[in-house]
Structures are given as structure tokens and as C-alpha cells.
Write a protein that binds this ligand. Structure first.
Ligand code: FMN
Length: 427
């Protein structure tokens, strides 16, 4: 029987992904001190462009250079007014990604309250901004509180003018990416990753999630108070982007599964309904938090049933599917084999399979899964837990496990960019 993974998927905007395997977004931290689409960042995508993927999602690109997730993230520096030199810089990146016809979407984000001190041009003491002035919490213990204070400033609640400015920054970034020739963008509304000078890594939630979530959005104006109002920020972004990009430019969003949002299940469903009505081209489902880094699959043993099916968030994807059958769904997290990916598609849990860490070890992993001459037992890349560097071992927090995973795979991406061989953990 031919693999369902080889089937093309047409998004509502008309963009076609030639198969169902998507290279998931992974922050490269290769933007350097210029925070640009430089040659090193571009080089990382040369092997992925030839890897058989149906689509590629880039790592996060920040909409405001003052507020970054890591000191080496690429970002938009000023208001975008069609500057030809800037378009040329991003175009060489887009061209490298799409040289072999693979539509590439840029993951666009703002870290909000979780822009760590020193990440971004606002300096060590420059305040971060957030829907509400709710500081990041790593836990209640003295150590956790101290660490959080060291890493993050207390955010300032955004004024309406701040919100409108950030919406414009998202729109500017999307317009630049469209002008540069990318095929679309993905808004990052799930967990994120902090890559501090290439060695400490922490995951956290991005701006879009900070607005959607009642724990971080306690506003009482038109941007908070109900699930609908908390969704206004992201809905405004989507509506404004649509006005300025070509009709075939895709707009997707990555969200946490309901068990990882402090919103209730029904509130999350309401927000997904609003996103579907806003005409998003796809919804990517992920999950996890710094308290429970499930997206890395390291927090708790998987049930036998889930292990057989690989994907971390399969059941949630199925629920979304049953509620909103028209929505194109991407499911990311845990896929390591053709069998696992095929079973998720055959079970109708998702249309698209997002693959992160295996793609950082084998940029051609999609081609391997699609190659019918490769037997089932060889179309697989089992990955052991990544080793925790000694310097992180003394930190008694779950985030360290997720950090070690991210650190390991970020270093593999660095090796891809340099044209070096990559290795699975423990090899
Ligand atoms: C090094 C690294 C960087 C990541 N950066 C991002 C990111 O920028 N944006 C994002 O949405 N997810 C990011 N992720 C999460 C992946 O997209 C994916 O959700 C997660 O790794 C689980 O999928 P997997 O089991 O296939 O790796 C990152 C993961 C890794 C390993």
C-alpha cells in the first residue's frame, strides 16, 4: 500500500505541501550579533532543502530586536518600509530554503515577558513587556525565585498603543518574509526555547500564548477577561497580515494542547474555533511547559498505547479534529518512525507530521521515511535522552532536562550549518 505520507496537502490559501512531512521549527541561534539572516543561518537550511520534506518551518524570527528569546536570534530591527537591501538579505535565505521547491514558512514571534535579560538591544535592565505585569515563575522555592529574578525582568503591562505597535511589528515581519519570497509564516503560540550563549536552555511560552492564557493575561479591557477577548491580539495580527500578503501566502499557528494551558479545555476549544474562523491555514499542536516539558517527551513515562503511536499529543489532536474537521492539523512531538507517522495520518489525527529532533540529526529523515525501498524497521531514528552537561546537573529543575535536549540538538544544527557530520545522542 502506498504511504499516506507521500500525499500532497493543499492549504486553504492554495499553497501545496508536496508531502505530509514537515521539518518542525527549531531555533537555530545562528543570527549572530547582527540578528540577521546571515550566511551561517542560511547554510543550515541547504541540507534540509534537499531532505525530502513537504514543507520547512524555520526557527523563530523575532518581530522586535529589543525583545529577543536568545542573544543570537534573527529579528526585525526597525519598521519595515520595503528596504531593498533588507529584502535581498532575507531573499538569499528564502532562496536557499526553497531551492528544491520545498515551501518554507518562517516562524514569527515575540517573547513578551520571557525575553530574558540581555536578549535584545534593550539592555540588562530594560523592561520586558507583557499583556499583564505577571512575572515569570519557575517555582515557589528560594532557588527558583532567585533564578527567575536573575533571568527575567518584571514585565510592564502593555498599553493599547504598545499592543498596536507589536501587531504592526508582526505585520511588518510577515510582509518582509512575503517580499523575500517565503511561502508563509507560522505564529508561535506554544512553548519556546531560550538559548543562552549556546549553553543554558530553558523553554517558555511566547507572547501569543501569554495573551491567550488567563494566567498571564489578567487584563480587563478588550484584550482580556474572556477567552474571546484574550484571542483578540492574535486575531488582529492574522487579519492585518492577510491584508498585506499575497493570497497564497500561508498563515499558520503553533499552539499548546489544552492540558498545557491554564485556560480550561472549553476555553482553548473556543479560541481554536476563533482561529479557524479567522481562516488560518493550519494549526500545529504541541505542548509542554517549563514545569512539565512534555514536548520533549522526557517528563513522564509514556503509556504503552502512546509509545506504540509515538506522538506526544495524539489524543488532543484527535479531539480538535473531531470538533473542527475542516482545520488542517499538524501534529509535532515524538515522531521517530515511518510506522508512527503513518499511523497518526491513517488514524486521521492529523494531516501533517512535524518532526524536530530527528531532522537535526538527519536532515534527510523525510526522504528516508518516504523511500519505499527502505524496509519498515529501517525507516526509523530512535533517539536516546540527550546528556545533561555537568554545569546544568546541579540545577534541581525539570527545565534542565528539556534544556539539555535543546542544547544537544541546537549544537547539531550548528554542525549542519558548518557542513559537519551530526550524531544522535550517545553515538
Ligand atoms: C533545538 C531545538 C529548538 C527548538 N526551537 C523551537 C522554536 O524556535 N519554535 C518552536 O515552535 N519549537 C521549537 N522547538 C520544538 C520543536 O519544534 C518540537 O515541537 C519539539 O522538538 C518536539 O518535537 P520532536 O519530538 O520531533 O523533537 C525546538 C526544539 C529543539 C530540539
Amino acid at each position: 500500500m502506498p504511504s499516506p505520507l507521500a500525499d500532497p496537502v493543499t492549504l486553504p490559501c492554495g499553497l501545496v505541501f508536496r508531502n505530509r512531512l514537515s521539518k518542525a521549527a527549531m531555533a537555530e541561534a545562528l543570527g549572530g550579533k547582527s540578528h540577521s539572516a546571515n550566511e551561517t543561518l542560511t547554510s543550515a537550511y541547504v541540507p534540509w532543502a534537499k531532505g525530502g520534506w513537504g514543507s520547512i518551518l524555520t526557527g523563530n524570527v523575532h518581530v522586535d530586536v529589543n525583545h529577543l528569546g536568545s542573544p543570537d536570534d534573527p529579528a526585525l530591527h526597525t519598521e519595515y518600509n520595503g528596504d531593498p537591501a533588507l529584502v535581498a538579505q532575507w531573499k538569499q535565505y528564502a532562496d536557499a530554503c526553497q531551492e528544491h521547491g520545498v515551501p518554507t514558512l518562517v516562524q514569527v514571534c515575540h517573547p513578551g515577558r520571557q525575553s530574558f535579560r540581555g536578549a535584545g538591544t534593550r539592555g540588562l535592565f530594560g523592561q520586558s513587556v507583557a499583556p499583564s505585569a505577571v512575572p515569570v515563575k519557575l517555582g515557589d522555592g528560594l532557588f527558583e525565585r532567585l533564578l527567575a529574578t536573575l533571568l527575567w525582568n518584571k514585565p510592564r503591562e502593555m498599553t493599547k498603543a504598545d499592543i498596536e505597535r507589536v501587531v504592526r511589528q508582526f505585520v511588518d515581519t510577515a510582509r518582509l518574509m512575503a517580499d523575500a519570497g517565503f511561502s508563509g509564516i507560522e505564529l508561535h503560540g506554544a512553548h519556546g526555547y531560550l538559548i543562552v550563549r549556546g549553553f543554558v536552555l530553558i523553554n517558555w511560552f511566547f507572547f501569543v500564548d501569554q495573551f491567550l492564557n488567563p494566567k498571564t493575561n489578567i487584563r480587563t479591557d478588550e484584550y482580556g477577561g474572556t477567552p474571546e477577548k484574550r484571542a483578540k491580539f492574535v486575531l488582529d495580527i492574522i487579519a492585518e497580515i492577510r491584508k498585506v500578503v499575497p493570497p497564497k501566502f500561508a498563515i499558520g499557528i503553533k499552539l499548546n494542547s489544552a492540558d498545557h494551558s491554564s485556560a480550561t479545555f472549553e476555553e482553548t476549544m473556543t479560541q481554536i474555533k476563533l482561529l479557524a474562523e479567522a481562516g488560518i491555514d493550519f494549526l500545529e499542536i504541541s505542548g509542554g511547559s517549563y514545569e512539565d516539558p512534555k514536548m520533549m517527551g522526557i517528563s513522564e513515562p509514556k503509556s504503552e498505547r502512546t509509545a506504540a503511536r509515538e506522538a506526544f499529543f495524539l489524543e488532543f489532536a484527535k479531539t480538535v479534529r473531531s470538533r473542527y474537521p475542516e482545520l488542517v492539523l499538524m501534529l509535532t512531538g515524538g515522531f521517530r518512525s515511518r510506522t508512527g507517522a503513518e499511523s497518526a495520518v491513517r488514524d486521521n489525527a492529523c494531516d501533517l507530521v512535524g518532526i524536530g529532533r530527528p531532522a537535526a540529526v538527519d536532515p534527510h529523515f523525510a526522504a528516508l521515511l518516504l523511500d519505499e525501498s527502505v524496509p519498515e524497521e529501517k525507516a526509523v531514528l530512535p533517539l536516546k535522552k540527550a546528556p545533561t552537561p555537568w554545569i546544568l546537573r546541579w540545577i534541581p529543575l525539570k527545565i534542565v532536562g528539556a534544556g539539555a535536549e535543546t542544547l544537544y540538538y541546537a549544537s547539531q544544527i550548528g554542525r549542519i550549518a558548518k557542513g559537519l557530520a551530526t550524531f544522535a545522542p550517545g553515538m
